[in-house]
Design a protein around this ligand. Sequence first.
Ligand code: S3P
Length: 432
Amino acid sequence: MIFQKTNYIKGEVTVPGDKSISHRAVMFGALSKGKTEITNFLQGADCLSTIDCFRRLGIRIENQTDKITVYGKGLDGLSAPSSLLDAGNSGTTVRLISGILAAQRFETTLTGDASIQKRPMLRVIEPLTMMGARIESLNGNHCAPLRITGASLKGIHYHSNISSAQVKSAILLAGLYADGPTSVTEPSASRNHSELMLRTFGADIHTVNNTATIYPRPSLEGQRLHVPGDISSAAYFIAAGLLVPGADLLIRNVGINPTRDGILKVAKAMGADIALLNQKQEGEPTADLHVTYHPLHGTTIGGDIIPTLIDELPIIAIMAAAAKGITVIKDAAELKVKESNRIDVMVKNLSAMGCDITATEDGMIIHGKDPDACPLHGAVIHAHNDHRIAMSFAIASLIAEGETDITDSECVAISYPEFYKDLRKLCGQSGS
Ligand code: S3P
């Protein structure tokens, strides 16, 4: 798909529901007794994979576009699937569901697309095995396909060496079925949607510093949930609003959970002034974000903030390319094991657009150019089927001289099927 520079981006946009929260709403609804109704569910391919997996596990789920209804059967209500479970491109689906399947009375084989079959699963296999789970990587490479044979689980205290909400959540979900309390300590706090939502459903779970502890066998009850807008999707419009001269955007109903809001802190550190309007707290905190054009300067991003913006680092790298001075991104080696190797892919594509960027072991160093100096030029971009790379470069194209061609642009369907339509509308184009 071809993209051009713009000198206009204005208006209001409502981004789709949060991906992490949508997955969890279906999963926890399935494990609860009674009906769970979910509004503003993300109808992206990843969350639809989660629905498909739970249908195969015997859960009735109605998808009426504006509302998802999950007819939960309680902690022991899942039944053996008659075929493989296919998580598609979704790491969250594979890792979280592994924690649940580890405790069932049946065997399941869990797989996904080519990218999923390369992503590291030892990070969940190891702690779940310590709890008594039997998980076999069928290709012997610690990746999916995984054969999971349910077993009786024991509670553990796990010290994780990475800050990963997927790992933490897999262990906590297994902990629902364990013989005693289960806790997970991580180096810095990762997103806490599982903890917040499990508590809403009735779980006995609490967090002290970076340790979350869950007690087994709660009686989970179906809920009515409204999913806030995804800050990871809003991030593309935050960047567009800051980078395009004259921009003025209102991004409505965005989740601003402090374990997810690192991009707002980085934007501030780069000199931007994003106003949070209409703040609300309904399970998760939300706000409307008012973003206007602002020249940016470089910054250093590392340490505890990394898990709170891990999915936003590609678009932050684009912001850095058009910021005055040097931006250093460090402590972000996890970028190498996302939907693509996001350090490599960002460095290759941003270099192709004329940016001075170097890969490091755990991040990248970007020598930004003054935004007035038109920092980028158009290029052919290979997104490696990574939705966040495609969306990041669609935004880069708005400030790049000439034409940008994103070859595999359709992969945005993973998390934001209407992304190009919303972007075109804000740029005053047809919207089709
Ligand atoms: C997610 C956690 C993060 C994030 C992913 C979604 C989740 O992954 O990158 O997009 O929903 O728990 P890690 O747990 O691997 O950091």
